[in-house]
Design a protein around this ligand. Structure first.
Ligand code: ZN
Length: 419
């Protein structure tokens, strides 16, 4: 068996890993580096047969999840290569391509992976395990031959809404010796000092914070982060507020068929429709879909939502200001920012933060990381005890050496051969 990290050996995002034998060759993730300038040519790592036909054929591309740093180059891959991912990942890719300019993957290429199901290519066997990451449908992969076992975590955490996912992985990996663990380390280095808040703790903290707040509460988060949506839905329920979402979140719920959480006109969960001139382009693409006609009938207008703003939790993004609050934000509002705090340092975000403070409103962080704390990762490693640990998706691969003796650091493009 051969393993090559084409990209991601010493950076976060842009991950692309090859695992091959004499008879089969697969790729795990085709990620876009996080710092890619959209005006630059696509940064394609040198992987024969992935972007153009080559002497070496690729049997399959496996995607761990629908975050661009893992799947953002999928539309640049050869159309003849099948793309394996979970059903939720395929839906999230679709929603992201329509609403958030994420890459599109042709439906005919997509092969749906179920948890625990084994897919074989000659002597390679691949099994998907659900992972409790910050987007729904994330998976990790166990890749096996008769002689070797390799596990690739993708993005991983232990403090989300589904801790049992990690327990199942630990149980499966502990059954037989694991030769190689390719493990993410996003929070190694200085980010280890960031607070390690769980989704459950986040919900309790926000409830305490919002309980005495009588003015509007706005929440900024990715509609693709369904666990965070659920946290905010629970928060709204506990506070006795209505949760007002947008068409993007409504579409994601529709795709995932979360029937229990279907927005209605009068219920706890409702959808705010923007004026037609501000509608996202996605709605034009979806003109003929039954979802859109149904959504338009039950969605509320700005004029219908504004009267109950003090009793609502509203999914918010700064681009809504032009039509929702053309004269400034309501005074004394609370804005809950549910992304990584590092994004707030970007220039565009500073303009928005100034507007928030001008209205006497408050901006507060409301985020639990999508990535495991290094101590949790180390505990996981000690449980599954790989013969070799290979860091990926980290800017600090060396730090693994201090945490686990059998660490082997590869450079991008190095080939590791298991005999
Ligand atoms: Zn991710």
């Amino acid at each position: 068996m051969r393993i090559v990290i084409h990209r991601g050996a010493h950076q976060i995002g842009g991950t692309c890993i090859e695992i091959a034998t004499e008879h089969a060759r697969i790729i795990l993730d085709a990620g876009l580096p996080l710092d890619t300038n959209p005006l630059d040519p696509l940064p394609l790592p040198n992987v024969e047969g992935l972007w153009n036909p080559g002497d070496q054929k690729i049997d399959a591309l496996f995607l761990t999840h629908a975050h661009a740093d893992h799947s953002g180059l999928v539309s640049a891959t050869l159309a003849s290569i099948p793309v394996f991912c979970t059903k939720e990942t395929s839906k999230i890719l679709l929603a992201g391509s329509l609403f958030a300019r994420q890459p599109k993957v042709d439906r005919v290429r997509v092969k749906i992976l179920k948890a625990g199901e084994v897919r074989s290519f000659a002597d390679l066997r691949i099994t998907a395990f659900p992972v409790d990451h910050s987007t729904v449908g994330a998976a990790a992969f166990l890749v096996e031959t008769d002689r070797h076992r390799v596990f690739y975590t993708g993005d991983l955490r232990f403090h989300g809404r589904r801790p049992e996912f990690a327990q199942r992985i630990e149980a499966a990996l502990s059954q037989k010796p694991l030769d190689i663990l390719l493990i993410e380390g996003t929070r190694l280095g200085e980010r280890a000092s960031e607070k390690n808040e769980s989704e459950a703790h986040l919900l309790n903290r926000l409830e305490t914070r919002c309980r005495s707040h009588r003015r509007p509460v706005f929440v900024s988060y990715s509609p693709l982060h369904v666990d965070r949506f659920l946290t905010f839905f629970d928060l709204a329920t506990r506070l006795g507020r209505r949760f007002v979402i947008d068409p993007y979140q409504d579409f994601v719920l529709y795709l995932l068929q979360r029937d229990l959480l279907r927005p209605t006109r009068d219920g706890k969960l409702c959808t705010l429709l923007m004026p037609s001139e501000s509608e996202p382009a996605a709605l034009r693409f979806l003109q003929r879909s039954p979802w859109l006609s149904g959504m338009r009938k039950r969605a509320l207008t700005r004029e219908e939502v504004l009267p109950f703003l003090n009793d609502a939790l509203v999914l918010y993004r700064p681009s809504m200001d032009s039509w929702l609050f053309p004269h400034g934000h309501p005074r004394d509002s609370l804005f809950l920012y549910s992304y990584w705090s590092g994004y707030l340092k970007q220039e565009a975000q500073k303009v928005w933060q100034k507007k928030v403070s001008e209205s006497g409103s408050t901006l507060e962080l409301a985020h639990a990381s999508g990535h495991a704390h290094p101590d949790d990762l180390a505990r996981f490693v000690q449980t599954v005890k790989p013969r070799q640990l290979i860091p990926v998706h980290t800017e600090h691969p060396d730090e693994w050496g201090t945490r686990y003796e059998q660490t082997r650091i590869l450079a991008d493009g190095d080939t590791l051969t298991l005999c």
